[in-house]
Structure formats: structure tokens, C-alpha cells
Ligand binder design. Structure first.
Ligand code: GDP
Length: 454
């Protein structure tokens, strides 16, 4: 018999409603012992999908009034009996009811344990379970759309279809190799090659779309850099919508990195405003600069800010050199002032370049369009299949590697067995992705990142 778990499923903050959720064989029984419905009906006698209004009580009397909802296995989120106790959303009252259900036999739920039980009870596969957290953490319409789509099982369907096609090929190969005396037709290597290439294309597309969509679904690590006074802090404030960095006209006031997450349209930027890139003699300033250089290396995208009202300095040249081969958006700032910078030099160095005034709020749209172009998110269909996270991407990439191995073995004329080993490994990776064959460690890893109560 599995234990009955309980947790507060609403945020740890005061609110209109607080929900204590129980799941397991004794969920309704425990709820019944601390809830009295005004109708007089016992929760234990209720069928699934029923709610009752009444009072939560302990030996000291009534704690709060509220609603208890009963779900019956298997028709619940976890696939087990579930009771949701909805009380007023005070921190104390929810804690008190939680402690009460613990005293009646429930045990504290681990992070993600409700969803883990849903997975173990076959209510969803691993890829869907992962998208539950993506729905919760979605920061924009497209990110939500992508997560909802994975949750509905579309990625799983796509992966299962790829898997089926590999399983058919592997089975045909094995049958032909293992029973040479039977009249089993030989697998045409051209057909097999076609199937493997098709699988390879489909996996590559999933990986590519995930990488492109990452700017929307996960956020892009972004560094803003440029010489002191170019307008980095002003630009960052424009993006964040409030005064996050200290703006001053004294060069070098942005001493250290300041981090912020902002949404530009649907794209989430994990921004860091860095100290100006220059060989400062001031020690504090140079610590900031060292970090700024590290930041550039650790960033997926750099917004390089140049002061258009001044001629390009040595520091600007140095920055241009430092940013070679990086994904960059060059911003020529202070377009409201007479322009003295050699714009052609900047345009030649960066494939994406915009001129604007960071002091003008209307320029935010210009940045959004440029970012969509750089990241390629503008044309991406978020209602299509998008992998939900790095683990799923890794499985696809590993599978892709094995398919490559199988194709090489095939073209080198290796035995059927050698080809089949790679196909088997690819199938295993895909089964790990959906959780049909995931190890306990993989499953635990997936649910580790969940919040308690989900
Ligand atoms: P940082 O050192 O690169 O972070 O530069 P700041 O954002 O602190 O800006 C330096 C100075 O330039 C401040 O006085 C800003 O008000 C000014 N500034 C920033 N952007 C613009 C702009 O687009 N036009 C004008 N005229 N001044 C700007």
C-alpha cells in the first residue's frame, strides 16, 4: 500500500484561497476526519468529482470554513484517491490544516510527488510530466502554448512514431539475420537507409526547433556590454521598465554585474548589465571588467552598445575584436544626438545592427524585432511539437548520434548485427525520453526540479 501524501499546493503566501492536497488510499478518509459538511454527508460517501461545503475542525473546534473536493481513483490527477481541502489562503490556517492531516496519518509530499505518482500510475509519460513544470514557469503566451502542447502529449506522439519506425526496421533486420532458413525477405539496405535518414531528419528538426524556441521557453543568457557611458544601464532600464542599474554620466559607475530577467515580446532575456569593457587601472572597476569578459564567454547573446555621438574609441575597437564570432546585436545608441561614430565600421563587424536612443521608450520595439530575427523565434510555430527541456534534447541528440552510427555501419557494409546495435541504442534513448524505459535515477532527476504540492 502506498502512503497518503499531503502538501499545500498553493503558493507560500497570503491569498484568497489556500489548497491542501492529499493523494493516496486514505486521502478521503483522512479528509473526512477533519471536515464536517454542512449537508451532514460524510466525504467518504461521496463519489468522485464532488465538492462539499463545511468546516475544517480539530479537537479544539472549528479551524476555518471551506470546500472539500473528492476525486476517486483512477479519475484524478495522480490516478489515486485525491482530496483537495480549500480553505482561506492564510499562511497560518493552511499550515494548521496541513499539520492536522499529518497527525491523522498523511505524510509530507516530496517535491513533484503528485506528478510523479501520476507518471507511475500511467496518467502521463515523462515528457508530459516535465511539461507540467514548463506550464507553471511559462513567462509568455508562446512559452505557455509550447508547454500546453507537450502536456497534451504531442511530443510523445512524435517520439513514439519515430520509435515505431525504428522498431519495425530493427525487427525486420533481426528476423532476417536470425532465421536464414526461413523465407524472410532481405531488408533492402536502400530502404533501411531511407528510414534511418528520415528518422535522423525528424530528430534534427526537434532539436533545432527546441534550440530556436529556447529564447522563448527557457530564456537567453544575455550580456549587455560596451564602453563606459555608452548607455548600457539606460538600455537595460528601458528593457526592464524601471531603474535597475545606477545611471550616471560619470564613466565607470556600473561597477559590477547586475542581473535581471526581462521579457521582450515573447523572448525572455536573462540580462546582465556589465561593467564597461576597458583596461581600467582602478582595481574595483577591473574586477567588474574581468567578470564582464567571463560573462561574454558564458552568454548566448551579447548586446553590444556603442555611443553614436562619439567617434569610435580604442575600447570600442577592442570590444569589436572581442565579440568576433559571437551572436550579437550591435546597438548604436544616442541617435538623438549628432552622430560621430563610424557606423560603417560597426555595420561591417556585426550582422545585426540597429541605431536608436535608449532614452526613447518607443525604441524597445526595434530591439524586439531585431532579437526575433537573430534568434529566429519570429517564424517558429509554438503550437507545434517542442521538446520540454535539456533532458529531452539530450535523449534526442544521443539517439541522433546512434542513427548516424547505424548509417555509417550500413554504408561501410558491416553486418546486420552491427547496424542493429546502434538502432537498439537509439530506441533506448527515445524510450528514456518518454519514460517508457527510464531508470529510477532519471525519474528522480526529473521530479527533483518540481515544487512541493505539484
Ligand atoms: P553606461 O555607463 O554604459 O551604463 O551608460 P549610462 O546608461 O549610465 O548612460 C551614460 C549617460 O548617457 C547618461 O547620462 C545617460 O543619460 C546618457 N544616455 C544614455 N542613452 C542616451 C541616449 O540615447 N541619448 C542621450 N542623449 N543620452 C543618453
Amino acid at each position: 500500500m502506498s502512503s497518503t501524501i499531503a502538501a499545500i499546493s498553493t503558493p507560500n503566501a497570503a491569498g484568497g484561497i489556500g489548497i491542501i492536497r492529499l493523494s493516496g488510499e486514505n486521502a478521503v478518509k483522512i479528509a473526512d476526519r477533519c471536515f464536517r459538511a454542512v449537508s451532514g454527508q460524510a466525504l467518504c460517501d461521496l463519489p468522485g468529482y464532488r465538492a462539499a461545503y463545511g468546516n475544517f475542525f480539530d479537537e479544539g473546534g472549528n479551524i476555518d470554513d471551506g470546500v472539500a473536493i473528492v476525486y476517486r481513483a483512477p479519475r484524478s490527477y495522480t490516478g489515486e484517491d485525491v482530496a483537495e481541502l480549500c480553505c482561506h489562503g492564510g499562511l497560518y490556517v493552511t499550515q494548521k490544516i496541513l499539520r492536522l492531516v499529518f497527525s491523522l496519518g498523511a505524510v509530507p509530499a516530496e517535491p513533484g510527488e503528485f506528478t510523479k505518482r501520476a507518471f507511475l500510475n500511467g496518467k502521463m509519460d515523462l515528457s508530459q510530466a516535465e511539461s507540467v513544470m514548463k506550464v507553471i514557469s511559462a513567462q509568455g503566451e508562446s512559452a505557455l502554448k509550447a508547454a500546453r502542447n507537450t502536456l497534451s502529449g504531442n511530443v510523445s506522439k512524435r517520439i513514439n512514431a519515430i520509435c515505431s519506425s525504428l522498431v519495425s526496421s530493427a525487427a525486420a533486420l533481426a528476423a532476417w539475420a536470425d532465421y536464414p532458413d526461413e523465407d524472410i525477405p532481405a531488408v533492402e539496405s536502400r530502404n533501411l537507409e531511407e528510414t534511418l535518414k528520415d528518422v535522423s531528419d525528424r530528430l534534427s528538426k526537434l532539436i533545432m526547433d527546441y534550440d530556436t524556441g529556447k529564447g522563448v521557453t527557457e530564456g537567453v543568457n544575455t550580456a549587455i556590454c560596451g564602453k563606459p557611458n555608452a548607455g548600457k544601464s539606460t538600455l537595460m532600464n528601458l528593457l526592464t521598465g524601471y531603474e535597475r542599474s545606477i545611471v550616471t554620466s560619470v564613466p565607470g559607475t556600473t561597477r559590477d554585474s547586475v542581473e535581471e530577467t526581462v521579457r521582450v515580446g515573447d523572448i525572455v532575456l536573462r540580462l546582465s548589465d556589465t561593467a564597461g569593457i576597458r583596461n581600467a587601472s582602478d582595481l574595483v572597476e577591473s574586477i567588474g571588467i574581468k567578470r564582464a569578459k567571463e560573462k561574454i564567454d558564458g552568454s548566448d547573446l551579447i548586446i553590444a552598445v556603442f555611443d553614436g555621438s562619439e567617434e569610435l574609441s580604442d575600447e570600442d575597437e577592442e570590444l569589436i575584436e572581442l565579440l568576433k564570432n559571437k551572436t550579437c546585436l550591435a546597438v548604436i545608441n544616442k541617435s538623438d544626438l549628432p552622430q560621430r561614430a563610424e557606423i560603417s565600421v560597426i555595420k561591417k563587424a556585426f550582422s545585426h545592427c540597429i541605431a536608436l536612443s535608449a532614452k526613447n521608450e518607443e525604441t524597445a520595439d526595434k530591439i524586439k524585432t531585431a532579437l526575433e530575427e537573430i534568434l529566429g523565434t519570429g517564424g517558429l510555430d509554438f503550437s507545434g511539437e517542442l521538446l520540454a527541456g535539456e533532458r529531452q534534447r539530450r535523449c534526442c541528440e544521443n539517439a541522433l548520434g546512434y542513427i548516424g552510427g547505424a548509417l555509417n555501419a550500413l554504408s561501410a557494409g558491416y553486418t546486420v548485427d552491427a547496424v542493429n546495435v546502434d538502432i537498439d541504442c537509439a530506441i533506448n534513448e527515445l524510450l528514456t525520453l518518454t519514460g517508457k524505459k527510464a531508470s529510477e535515477e532519471v525519474v528522480n532527476e526529473v521530479f527533483k526540479s518540481f515544487c512541493v504540492g505539484k
